[in-house]
Design a binder for this molecule. Structure first.
Ligand SMILES: [Zn+2]
Length: 441
């Protein structure tokens, strides 16, 4: 994965040249027809107010799967310029490695890096590590890896405990800190998929050396992601070695980003007043209010399936949706997409006062805390909050799954849906019994 354009006002991103669609690399997009080439910059694909995608244009210009991916990109930064946000191995136009080599050559030639330099841990470095707002278990592991005292096969060997086992990931190389956490072949895809550029590892021999040279040039977020990533890699190694779990590095970045989301939410003070529902059943909203229940499920293909039902204070159904999404590999992100779809549905139905319920605590906390950090989950939540201005009263509430059975059933049924199905003033048979059940409370 290379550099990646994060869409703001869409003015400096070129439709056919830049990498801006999730999962589509630079130059990987081909115009469907002659009309398509007229759309030069991404802002040409916005509607007139520039606040959302022009669906008609998208359908004219791209094939279906591309349109679906584009629709997943929230346009909540239209006041800001586009920015590059994903770095990594790049293609053709820009090479991180070649730039880095040039820069490092100068750096190494001009500095006197004696071994002593690496043996003492600079205080400023440690201060910057300990100040990072992440759990201390991550920092402790990082510190131990940095000074080489995590029990790798090599480290144990130095203490006279000789074990004849190779690296658990590749099964070939000798296991030492740098190999097992960073340079093992098996980990390369993981590092390349990172949100930040970690490719400079290849110019160093040890974590100590790499950090001594690179750490100061990393922004706080990159440091935080790095430390958490090392923790999860070491955790994966241990699960494999001691619990015989299969190696699964997929989804590690999602875990890292999710931890970060949780910390941001906690530091915004959201987790304070959890209103525990009085019963484990669905509750009717107050008079004048409507209630939208949403949920998400996964299809076998990895695509997402979203469902939602809108009911009034009598429990009467006013509308239902089932929608499928592209592969996102992230169930909590899907929950947020379900909330977003639900809010859009309610808005389009002209409802002024609504309670939106879902069973993902993190999504609800994030919406109530108004978090605005740069994770994908946070940007979807921010786009939901932008839509809230059009309502007289809208609130987000967490409920346990048992109180969300209709929406749960709908999201499961949506696994058979391609595209979108909408019911207004009626409902699909699969939830009719559950809706009646919900009324007998
Ligand atoms: Zn290995």
């Amino acid at each position: 994965m290379g550099l990646y354009k994060n869409i703001g006002d869409g003015k400096s991103t070129f439709v056919w040249r830049d990498p801006w669609i999730p999962g589509v690399h630079a130059g990987g997009l081909n115009p469907l027809n002659d009309v398509a080439v007229n759309y030069v910059r991404v802002c040409d694909l916005f509607n007139e107010e520039g606040r959302c995608w022009n669906r008609q244009t998208l359908d004219e210009v791209f094939d279906r799967s591309t349109v679906e991916k584009i629709l997943c990109i929230p346009l909540n930064r239209v006041q800001q310029p586009d920015r590059w946000s994903w770095k990594g191995e790049a293609d053709g136009t820009f090479s991180v490695k070649s730039c880095y080599k040039l820069a490092m050559k100068e750096c190494w030639e001009n500095s006197d890096l004696t071994p002593d330099h690496f043996c003492e841990v600079p205080t400023a470095f440690w201060k910057s590590v300990w100040k990072l707002p992440i759990l201390s278990r991550y920092k402790v592991l990082f510190w131990r890896a940095y000074i080489g005292v995590i029990p790798t096969i090599e480290a144990l060997g130095k203490r006279g405990i000789h074990i004849d086992e190779p690296c658990v990931f590749c099964g070939v190389e000798q296991e030492n800190v740098y190999h097992t956490l960073i340079e093992c072949n098996t980990l390369q895809q993981f590092w390349q998929e990172a949100k930040f550029d970690f490719s400079s590892w290849s110019y160093h021999q040890s974590l100590l050396e790499w950090m001594s040279v690179e750490w100061s040039s990393w922004v706080r977020e990159q440091r935080r992601f790095f430390i958490m990533a090392l923790y999860f890699i070491w955790d994966t190694r241990n699960r494999c070695k001691f619990a015989n779990e299969p190696i699964n590095l997929n989804g590690l970045w999602v875990r890292v980003e999710r931890q970060w989301d949780e910390l941001c939410v906690a530091s915004n003070g959201a987790v304070m007043d959890v209103v525990v529902p009085a019963s484990l059943r669905w509750e009717k909203p107050a008079t004048d209010f409507m209630k939208m229940n949403v949920d998400a499920a996964l299809k076998n293909t990895g695509e997402g399936a979203l469902g939602g039902v809108l009911r009034d204070c009598e429990g009467m159904v006013h509308g239902v949706f089932m929608v499928s999404t592209p592969v996102l590999n992230d169930t909590i992100l899907l929950e947020a997409m379900a909330v977003k779809k639900g809010v859009e549905f309610v808005r389009d139905a002209g409802v002024a006062k609504v309670i939106v319920e879902c069973d993902s605590r993190l999504v609800v906390d994030m919406l109530n805390a108004g978090c605005n950090h740069s994770s994908l989950l946070s940007s979807v939540c921010t786009s939901i909050l932008h839509m809230c201005n059009g309502f007289d009263d809208i609130s987000f509430r967490w409920i346990p799954r048992t109180s969300n059975q209709c929406a749960n059933r709908l999201s499961k049924a949506a696994r058979d849906v391609i595209g979108e199905m909408i019911w207004r003033e009626s409902m699909p048979i699969c939830i009719s019994e559950l809706c009646i059940d919900d009324l007998h409370q």
